[in-house]
Design a protein around this ligand. Structure first.
Ligand code: DGJ
Length: 725
């Protein structure tokens, strides 16, 4: 049970496994005392003595004492020389803020965040602290929620101008976590288009380190995630702190190691191009950040994140619902199709057992390549002479659901929409706009643009009767200027873009609860917890090569569960790498996420089409286990030639194990993979061979997985418990 204990000036948030402790110092400064495994009791003086700070009346902010004090929401300029969490320009131009505790409140449940996605409440307790800066009247409302069922604390910050003159917020991070030592290693995810999310691990060192995105999207290049792990911590054991920001725009995640060897972690909206004007009475809500604590290594951290997102973030109606096996037309046809070609692909797909056919890019305006038509969301009658409804009906007549692709946030300079509304894209008057993939970005902060996007998507969904929408976004933001905002508010453009995006996504997903929305951004360029609050799955990468996907999906699973990762079997030679991998391995890897195909089934051999039928049967048979089970990483592609993972059902009676060996080698042994998460006292049967193993044997000794002698060889083993617990 989550509880919040209050003893004099000390606040102790805890559940069965974790504790988070803070206290009010004399004068009202908020000190951070502890975050980690559950504590029975806390002596504030003991913890602060370590920082060299007195807790009695002799504590003072004079003499730069703040530079030693572990704090909850520090600012720069009043004696703390580390990275601050908040900076606000006062009417006189000065930028220091001195926030002191004004009031406290313990709430059952969890308040929603205005305009921003956040974890859902229920079975949790929230501590709300109101802080105030006497000079400017700035108020900061800090919320901390601890959950019954997850070893996580969710944090958010709301700034209110309680003064009588305008203020400008230039930094409003969501999280600050001061740790008493820096004996940690930092893990972040870095990448690029088609190479999303490589795991990068390095020791913390003095100074500032971290990752950021200034692309207006969480990006391919970085993820709004950071983990600190003890040097001896690994996948299955050791102390880990994981941080994730529920936000889809530019972000910063930093660790600042001080002169005293302490570490400060910060996370929030990137402040390089951010300035938010607060008129008296106005409020600014910063996104929610989540901190997860595990003593069971990175695996434990990931399982906490997965549980939290599955139970409290993904749209409730989709979180545990089976997802249809889909076939997407992109790699089958690119822009080169007409209605008959699509129907013939869909027909072959239906025969193989596919359940949903998705028409990707190229169906609207005059779009034969990527140079035109974004924004012109009306059917290209040259390709689909009878319109969207007719195509949808023809696909449905084959027994398939119909799905469609859109890129609603974009506008091609070569489009009717641009000719009618040149002001609707982000731009700086007098400067030539910079295109990327030949397109500009709509100013999603504008209400007229939001209304247009909602209308276009609504019309497309209604007309086509689509049961699925792939929401793509294929470029990062430049030309950061909005015709709808006055000069003093141009620093708000990027965040207003994200607020507008969330408003539109919220409206549309509410209006079409039965439509399955899949996020996409040139593959996994905006795969973050913000989008997942609206769309339960995200296209993991434009790279569909099975070996590359082993890395991408393995690293993505640090934060996100398989139920969120769009993952498809594609043709060989692979369109991104030219590599030829066995069909069974492409299947094994695609089954690690929301399963589908990205190929033309008419081009497959008869044997591969037959394999497809068996694959789909297996995908459906194992779907509940794969999407709702507990996920364990077993062998890392970042550390060796083999990758392995498994999912175990909640009652531990079923498991699915997958092993992939990247390069074949002569004269080596097959992988012996130590499994995890099983019931040690039970016996398990290999469904394919009938062989019986002990649960403890599988976890302590391992499962021998013989593989074919070829590159990208794989094995999948379904296990079922054979006796009572
Ligand atoms: C990028 C996506 O990631 C692809 O899957 C495809 O939808 C293209 N855009 C279409 O332009």
């Amino acid at each position: 049970m989550a509880e919040i204990l209050r003893e004099k000036n000390l606040f102790h948030l805890r559940n069965e496994h974790i504790s988070y402790v803070l206290c009010e110092m004399p004068g009202g400064i908020l000190a951070h005392l502890y975050a980690g495994p559950r504590l029975s009791a806390v002596n504030a003086a003991n913890l602060l003595r370590h920082a060299g700070v007195a807790t009695d009346h002799s504590f003072s902010v004079q003499e730069c004492m703040l530079d030693r004090l572990p704090q909850e929401y520090p600012s720069y300029g009043l004696g703390d020389y580390r990275e601050g969490a908040v900076t606000v320009a006062a009417p006189d131009g000065s930028r220091a803020v001195d926030l002191r505790l004004a009031s406290t409140e313990v709430l059952e449940g969890k308040p929603a965040l205005e305009g921003l996605p956040a974890t859902r409440g229920g079975g949790c307790a929230t501590l709300r602290l109101a802080l105030r800066d006497g000079l400017t009247g700035l108020e900061a409302e800090l919320c901390y929620t601890i959950f019954d069922d997850c070893d996580a604390v969710a944090r958010s910050v709301r700034l209110v101008n309680g003064g009588s003159a305008a203020l400008t917020v230039t930094r409003a991070f969501s999280l600050c976590l001061d740790l008493p030592d820096a004996d940690w290693e930092l893990i972040t995810l870095s990448g690029s288009w088609a190479r999303e999310r490589d795991i990068v691990r390095r020791p913390l060192c003095p100074g500032v380190q971290g990752v950021f995105s200034r692309r207006g999207a969480s990006s391919h290049q970085a993820s709004p995630f950071m983990a600190l792990v003890r040097p001896d911590a690994g996948e299955a054991r050791g102390e880990v702190i994981g941080l994730s920001l529920i936000y889809s725009g530019s972000f910063a995640a930093r660790a600042d190691v001080s002169q005293f060897g302490t570490a400060r972690l910060l996370m929030g909206i990137d402040d390089a191009d951010f300035a938010w004007r607060l008129e008296p009475g106005e409020a600014f809500q910063a996104p929610e950040a989540v901190m997860v604590f595990s003593e069971e290594g990175l695996g434990g951290m990931s399982r906490q994140f997965h549980r939290l997102w599955n139970a409290r973030l993904l749209p409730e109606r989709w979180a545990r619902r089976p997802r249809p096996v889909l076939l997407n037309s992109w790699e089958a046809a690119y822009f080169d199709f007409d209605a008959d070609k699509l129907v013939s692909i869909a027909e072959a797909a239906a025969k193989a057992g596919v359940e949903l056919f998705v028409m990707d890019d190229g169906w609207f305006g005059h779009r034969d390549d990527d140079t035109t038509s974004l924004g012109d969301w009306f059917t290209d009658r040259r390709k689909l002479p009878d319109g969207l409804k007719s195509l949808g009906d023809r696909v449905r007549a084959l027994g398939l659901q119909f799905g469609i692709w859109m890129e609603p946030e974009m506008i091609s300079p070569e489009s009717e929409l641009y000719r009618a509304h040149p002001d609707w894209c982000l731009h700086i008057p007098g400067r030539e706009g910079i295109t990327s993939r030949h397109q500009f970005v709509l100013d999603m902060g504008r209400e007229d643009v939001q209304a247009y996007v909602c209308e276009a998507v609504t019309r497309t969904l209604r007309e086509s009767g689509a049961a699925y929408l792939k929401w793509d976004m294929n470029r990062n933001i430049t030309n950061i200027g909005s015709a709808a905002l006055p000069p003093e508010r141009q620093g708000e453009v990027l965040h207003r873009y994200i607020l507008g995006l969330y408003a539109v996504m919220g409206r549309l997903t509410e209006a079409f609860p039965e439509v399955l929305f899949e996020g996409c951004a040139g593959g996994g360029g905006r795969f973050d917890a913000g989008i997942l609050a609206y769309m339960p799955q995200f296209w993991c990468s434009d790279n569909t090569d099975a070996l590359c996907r082993c890395r991408i999906q393995y690293a993505t699973s640090l934060v996100f569960p398989p139920s969120t990762m769009g993952s498809h079997v594609s043709a060989v030679p692979n369109h991104q790498t030219g590599r030829v991998t066995p069909m069974e391995s492409r299947f094994a890897v695609a089954l690690g996420g929301c399963f589908g195909y990205e190929l033309d089934p008419r081009q497959l051999t008869e044997a591969d089409r037959a394999a497809m039928r068996e694959q789909i049967a297996m995908a459906n048979r194992t779907q509940a286990l794969r999407l709702n089970g507990t996920f364990y990483r077993l062998l890392s592609p970042f550390e060796g030639n083999d990758t392995a993972w498994m999912t175990v059902s909640e009652d531990r009676t079923e498991a699915l194990v997958t092993v992939v060996r990247a390069l074949a080698q002569p004269n080596v042994m097959p992988p012996l993979v130590k499994l995890a998460g099983l019931d040690a006292g039970r016996r398990y049967r290999d469904v394919a061979t009938g062989e019986i193993y002990g649960g403890d044997e599988l976890m302590k000794v391992g499962l021998c997985c013989p593989l074919s002698q070829c590159d990208a060889a794989s094995a999948m083993i379904e296990l079922k418990a054979v006796d009572e617990a």
